[in-house]
Design a binder for this molecule. Structure first.
Ligand code: ASP
Length: 331
């Protein structure tokens, strides 16, 4: 019997990292050149951080964490520092991560003191028998497993607080990107959001992760799609890695991330088409948003049915490419 040699030997797969920083009503005329530059700068830093891991032969999981931590630490995005406020004036954070080689996954929801929720999701994946932990229990677990805990005031930003007051006044629960759409904001910077990453490492393994503060003015412990495996995040080496952003309820109802992966695996639907079909299902239920999708050959798609999505890609050449608007070229 002969042994089949893979055409992509271990450690020789192309490397690739795709990220998003949220999709929504992002309009060119409402984003100043300075703010656009600031977003592109953080997106590029995130890509570079993840690429550094992949280039050295690190795992796709570690690349996803490295990329997401940069965006969680930036006040520009609705994740970690800079997350939106709930109705009660808290920053309630959700995150998830999944390993495409093993389909191991970890998630946390409704946490208020974990500096980098994606790290806590990873700790759940690697150091517990569970997939999802919430609230106080998740915080106790994370603290006991080396995850950095901060005072909840760390997450406060004036700008998010002001957004909450506006949302309360209008009695609205608002997706970050859609905050104030149509009315000029003082600094044009109200369109940013949930963050996510999908990566392919040299061993040909896929991973995906997503992190968010959810919706401004959310209450009753509302949790969206971001920490739900199969809705906001999914990874399977047999198909694709996916991270979503958008109207969380409809992404849950359409099992958006798994839905996209299943189309690729079971029906051989091309990545962009699979993402578009999923987004059409989301739209049929009254939602919108975006998906980033990456397969084990390094093919990828960044699709959205909103006016913009913060996004970026980097591969073997190490060049960080960022995009926001539909006409930005996706390499
Ligand atoms: N999907 C997130 C949620 O519903 C929000 C977003 O992507 O902006 O919590």
């Amino acid at each position: 019997m002969t042994t089949q040699i893979s055409s992509t030997p271990a450690n020789h797969s192309p490397i690739r990292l795709i990220i998003h920083g949220g999709a929504g009503a992002i309009k060119r005329n409402r984003l100043t050149a300075e703010r656009e530059q600031a977003y592109r700068q953080v997106l590029a830093e995130s890509l570079t951080a993840g690429h550094a891991v992949l280039k050295e032969g690190g795992s796709s999981i570690d690349a996803v964490i490295a990329a997401i931590v940069v965006m969680e630490d930036s006040p520009l995005f609705n994740a970690g520092k800079g997350a939106v406020f709930s109705h009660e004036g808290r920053n309630e954070l959700d995150a998830s991560i999944m390993d495409g080689a093993t389909r191991m996954a970890g998630a946390i929801a409704g946490v208020t003191t974990i500096r980098n929720p994606i790290r806590a999701a990873h700790a759940v994946m690697t150091q517990s028998k569970h997939v999802m932990l919430i609230g106080q229990g998740a915080e106790t677990f994370a603290a006991g497993h080396g995850t950095e805990i901060v005072d909840s005031s760390y997450f406060y930003t004036q700008h998010r607080w002001d957004q909450l007051q506006k949302a309360i006044a209008k009695e609205q629960v608002v997706r970050d990107h859609d905050m104030d759409s149509g009315t000029p904001s003082p600094d044009g910077d109200e369109k940013h959001g949930t963050v996510g990453a999908v990566a392919l490492d040299r061993c040909g393994n896929l991973a995906a992760g997503t992190s968010t503060g959810g919706l401004t003015n959310k209450r009753y412990g509302r949790v969206g799609d971001s920490p739900i495996i199969g809705a906001g995040t999914y990874a399977d080496n047999r198909s694709v890695a996916v991270s979503a952003t958008g109207s969380g309820e409809m992404f849950i109802q359409t099992a958006a991330a798994f839905n996209t992966a299943a189309q690729v695996r079971l029906q051989q639907v091309p990545l962009a088409e699979a993402a578009d079909r999923t987004l059409a299902e989301v739209a049929a239920l009254g939602g919108d948003g975006g998906l980033i999708v990456l397969d084990a050959q390094g093919r990828f798609a960044m699709r959205f049915n909103t006016s913009g999505m913060f996004r970026g890609s980097i591969g073997d050449d190490g060049i960080a490419r960022t995009g926001i608007f539909p006409d930005d070229v996706d390499y």
